[in-house]
Design a protein around this ligand. Sequence first.
Ligand SMILES: Cc1ncc(COP(=O)(O)O)c(C=O)c1O
Length: 359
Amino acid sequence: MRRAHVKLFVPGPIEVRPEVLQAMATPQIYHRTPEFRELYAELQTKLKKFLYTEQTVFLFTSSSTGAMEAAVLNCVKKKCLNLVNGAFAKRWHEITKTCGIPCEALEVPWDKAIRPEQVEEKLKTGEFDAVTLVFNETSTGLMNPLAEIAEVVRKFPDVLLLVDAVTAMGGVKIEFDELGLDVCLAGVQKCFGLPPGLTVCAVSERALKRAEEVKPRTYYFNFLVMLNSHKKNETPATPTIPHMFALNLQLDYFFEEGLERRFARHEEMAKIVQTWAKKHFDIYPEEGYWSKTVTCIKNTRGISVDELNKTLIREYGMRISNGYGDLREKTFRIAHMGDLTPADIWGLLRAIEDILNLR
Ligand SMILES: Cc1ncc(COP(=O)(O)O)c(C=O)c1O
């Protein structure tokens, strides 16, 4: 029998509050009206507060991959350094290559973090004018040291730092201006707790200036075309208005909870899962860089993750995630993001203990 609702502990899409789902069903408005411009402006104010920025926050009617593509299309004039230590970082390198943009990958083993010294060494060559970094690598549950890497990149005034914060934004504090980031993007089906289809993307003045210097390579994803409409509180093309209603409401819930409290709740959930994982299994990435939103657990017991998931879904109405790509059976992943609570996490862990006889 198919359950009506299987609770998602996968790294996106995740659980969505019924009220937010309901907001998606708000009667539609025309996107060339004062009502729409009011909605857009309200979102802009809330997103700036949420990302600790005075700069521009674009909304992409696409998943994160579209905004990753936009970032390199608009921000690389000379050559891009793609920092690669996981599947999504590798994807950004593939995207850059596919767009015909000169680039080079700095690859490190997937269970290791990117070190700022490695970035500095590369940038010293003077070859690069942009760097891509996946802050929280969802495929491995590894959180790269964003602040330290940003500090190094800022030593090179002509180099832009483009950050995929897909499974971090909304779960971890990101002070866009303070860190000196140039692009920071995240699809809303992760820590934001919305259905997929919209991506939030903060863009610096430096990045917009770079976009002016680059020969246009795209229309739909062109920052300058977007900026032109943005100044009028509009989008160039028809946006996903249902998501905008939902995001507007969800940001109110964020502020009601308190941003600091929200980030602390994510830390608490991460600690619960990681302590549990160390007791019963092991954790894939090196210690010190464990993600605060998704834990990638080494399958040291050789369990069948597929069987575990089948039982979880059938008996408990919960779903976790298998490992990603080559790590499929070697690891499994538990997401602890969005509006989940420590009590939800304990419920899941107790269910797994029951199924695997771990108690
Ligand atoms: C870190 C990261 N980057 C990029 C993506 C790509 O997102 P999408 O498939 O929504 O475009 C994902 C998806 O899980 C991700 O986790």
